[in-house]
Structures are given as C-alpha cells and as structure tokens.
Design a protein around this ligand. Structure first.
Ligand code: NAD
Ligand code: DAU
Length: 350
C-alpha cells in the first residue's frame, strides 16, 4: 500500500483530486492535509470521508516542525501539493500570506520529502501543482508552452513561480524526484464564490450586479475541474520525473462573452425572460496589473500521456450552474464561514 499526501484537499481542485484518488485507488492510503482556510471546506469531500483508505489532517504547511513530524509519522511515498493561497485579488490586497503559504509552505514540504526519501529511497514522487500565470500575459497571438519564459506579474503568480523554481532546484541540486504541471483557469463545483464564475452565478441568482473588470476584454482558457483532476492522475502515474506539463482547455473566452453566455444559461435555468440576467452586468474598475490573455498549448500532455479535455464548455458551464443552484446551503455557508467554524470544533491540530 502506498501512502500519498495530498495538500489542499479541502479546497476547490484538491477536493476533486482527493475524491478521484480515494475512489480509484483503494490500495493507496490518501492523507489530506489542509489548514481549512476560508477556501477549504470538508463539506467538499463529505462523500468520501468515511472510506477506509482516507484520512484528514488539519494543519498548516507553513509550520515546518509539524510538516516534518507528519512525514515521519506516515512515511509518504508520494506528495500531490495543491495547498496555496489562490486568489489574485487577495494577493493584491494582502500579498504576505501568499509568500508564507505558497513559498515557505512549499519549501517545508520539499525539505520533509527530501529527509524522508534520503532515508527511504524508492519509488517516490513530489508532484507540484502550479498555474499558467507564471508565464505572464499573452498578446492576441500565441500560446504558453513548457518552454515559455517565466514572467509572473501579480503577487500570486510571483509566489507560484517562486515555488516552481524551488521545486526544480530540489530536483537538480538534491535529486528529489519531482514533476510539475501548470494549468489554466478551472471551473466547476466547490469553487469559492470569489472567483469569476461562481461569483457571477451567485450574483445573478440574487439579482445583484455582476462586476466585470475593465472592459471585459481579458481572455482566459477554461477547463472543467474534473478534467484537471484526471490530468493530475495521468501525470502522477505516468509523467516523467523532472518534467513539466502544461494543462489547458483549448477553450479561450473573453470575460464579457463568458458572462453573456452564463447570463443566457441562468435565464434559462431560472425561467427568467431573455436579457434579465444580462441587465445585471456592471463594468467596474480594472484589477491592478490585470493580465490580458492566458492560453495553453497542452500538446505535450496530449501526445505523451494521451490526455484531452472531455467536456465542451457550454455543457460544463450548464452542469456547473445546476450544481450551484442545487447547493444553496453550501453557498451560504462558505460565504458566511459557517463550515469553518463548525469544523474547528471537531478537528484539533495534531
Ligand atoms: P483553493 O483556494 O480553492 O484551495 C486551496 C486549499 O489550500 C484550501 O483548502 C485551503 O484551506 C488550503 N490551504 C491554504 N493555505 C494552507 C496552508 N498554509 N496549509 C495547509 N493548507 C492550506 O485553491 P484551488 O483553486 O483549488 O487551487 C489549488 C491549487 O491549484 C493551487 O496551488 C493553485 O495555485 C493551483 N491552480 C489553480 C487553478 C484555478 O483555476 N483555481 C488553476 C491552476 C492552478
Ligand atoms: O490561470 C489560472 C489561474 O486562474 C489560477 O492560478 C488562479 O488560482 C485562479 O484564481 C484563476 O485566476 P484568475 O485571476 O484568472 O481568476 P478569476 O476568477 O479571479 O478571474 C477570471 C477573470 O475574470 C480575470 O480576467 C478577472 C476577471 N474578473 C474576476 C472577478 C472575480 C472580473 O471581471 N470580475 C470579477 O468579479
């Protein structure tokens, strides 16, 4: 039996990765380490929490002694590292937390993995989950490849770029077995409603203004979160040590076009007359340093590991809208922090 550490497994993407691994690999023991910040909720993985190959540990990756003890206790053979501060706007208003969690937290995990695997060499792997934002901003043409130079421009992307460099440094200097992937914008169930799609769904539902930054002309490449989780599974099991893989949806949308599509879907699902939701669109002050366009060339992943996105965007977006409309209690509780308070009573840091 392999024991795998997944960090950030109570968050948006992490919850889908934990669910996939717990259900697909009964021979693995999956340990989910999460601090349960505002973005982490055990409700996201309620359905798998009683499985015998799963364990949750509440803790902070910034606490090096805690991380080192955890490795000694469980003897992990694999790490899938997703825990991070993930929201660009928060990194603009409060950058320091991003430096602690995304940089120091990653170094603590690298140090602990190195110590453990120096003592017990074997079939080990440290898989670092990163973002396409490390490559900076594209103009109207071109795609990010694995060879694109790093050019991070927000405190969030600079902290993620820094962690990517550190992971590669541990590979080259200490021969730690690592792999990295850089993914485009994810969407789907369990995403905290500060990010564009769930925020817009919630506001439209409540007939509140839908804020569009600047002119709404920025472009993102959207991928359904379960397709990202499947790519992570492929890369963890069949990716080449030391390599980087780009993951993307081949699905570029201007923000304003995406919001217009979402408004049509919402009118339909809520039986509103056409144009009701779109009347809520409100142009607001632009994000500072707002990157114009991200777009990913994921041909390496497609060619080497035969991965491709499975969902068309319209289908994925409709599924996503249905999930948020069905999960009103989840939405209200994450927004008021009620899940966090409830779980704090039940789980004590080890
Ligand atoms: P999220 O904000 O939804 O979840 C992050 C999780 O990490 C939360 O459960 C939180 O409690 C946990 N966490 C935060 N600080 C921690 C700490 N100090 N110690 C332990 N746990 C901590 O994030 P997400 O959107 O699911 O992103 C997950 C990862 O994927 C991040 O590394 C992010 O950079 C990367 N990524 C995200 C996207 C995207 O579109 N969301 C795209 C590409 C890459
Ligand atoms: O590209 C991958 C990245 O995608 C991940 O690494 C990040 O963790 C994730 O948060 C996401 O970053 P973005 O900044 O692209 O996502 P966000 O949902 O915040 O914004 C998407 C686009 O929509 C962006 O151009 C800003 C714009 N926007 C966002 C919000 C929240 C608006 O116009 N209005 C809004 O209210």
């Amino acid at each position: 039996m392999k024991t795998i550490l997944i960090t950030g497994g109570a968050g948006f993407i992490g919850s889908h990765v934990v669910r996939l691994f717990v259900n697909k690999y009964p021979d693995y023991k999956i340990v989910n380490l999460d601090k349960l910040t505002y973005a982490g909720n055990l409700e996201n993985i309620r359905d798998i929490e009683s499985k015998s190959n799963y364990e949750f540990v509440k803790g902070d990756i910034v606490d090096s002694a805690f991380v080192s003890d955890l490795f000694k206790k469980y003897g992990f053979q694999g790490v899938i590292h997703l825990a991070a501060e993930s929201h660009v706007d928060r990194s603009i208003s409060n950058p320091t937390e991003f430096i602690y969690t995304n940089i120091i937290g990653t170094v603590n995990l690298l140090n602990a993995a190195r110590a453990e695997w120096t003592e017990k060499p074997g079939d080990n792997l440290f898989y670092h989950i990163s973002t396409d934002e490390v490559y900076g901003s594209l103009g109207e043409e071109g795609l990010f490849t694995e060879e694109s130079p790093y050019d991070p421009r927000s405190p969030y992307s600079a902290s993620k770029a820094s962690s990517d460099h550190l992971v590669r440094a541990w590979y080259h200097t200490f021969k730690l077995p690592v792999v990295i992937s850089n993914c485009s914008n994810n969407y789907g169930p369990n995403q905290f409603p500060e990010k564009l799609i769930p925020l817009a769904i919630n506001n439209i539902k409540n007939m509140k203004a839908v804020p569009v930054y600047g002119k709404g002309e920025n472009i993102r490449d959207w991928l359904f979160v379960e397709d990202h989780a499947k790519a992570i599974d492929e890369i963890f099991h069949r990716g080449k040590t030391g390599e980087t893989y780009n993951i993307g949806g081949i699905n570029e949308w201007k923000n304003i076009d995406l919001i217009q599509l979402l408004c049509k879907i919402m009118d339909d699902k809520l039986s509103r007359s056409a144009g009701t939701s779109a009347s809520l669109i409100t142009y607001v002050k632009d994000r500072a340093g707002h990157d114009l366009r991200y777009a990913i060339d994921s041909s390496k992943l497609q060619a080497d590991l035969n991965w491709a996105p499975s969902l068309q965007f319209e289908e994925g977006l409709a599924k996503t809208v249905e999930w948020y409309l069905r999960n009103e209690v989840w939405m209200n509780n994450v927004m008021t922090g009620d899940y966090e308070k409830y779980y704090d009573k039940q789980y004590v840091k080890r």
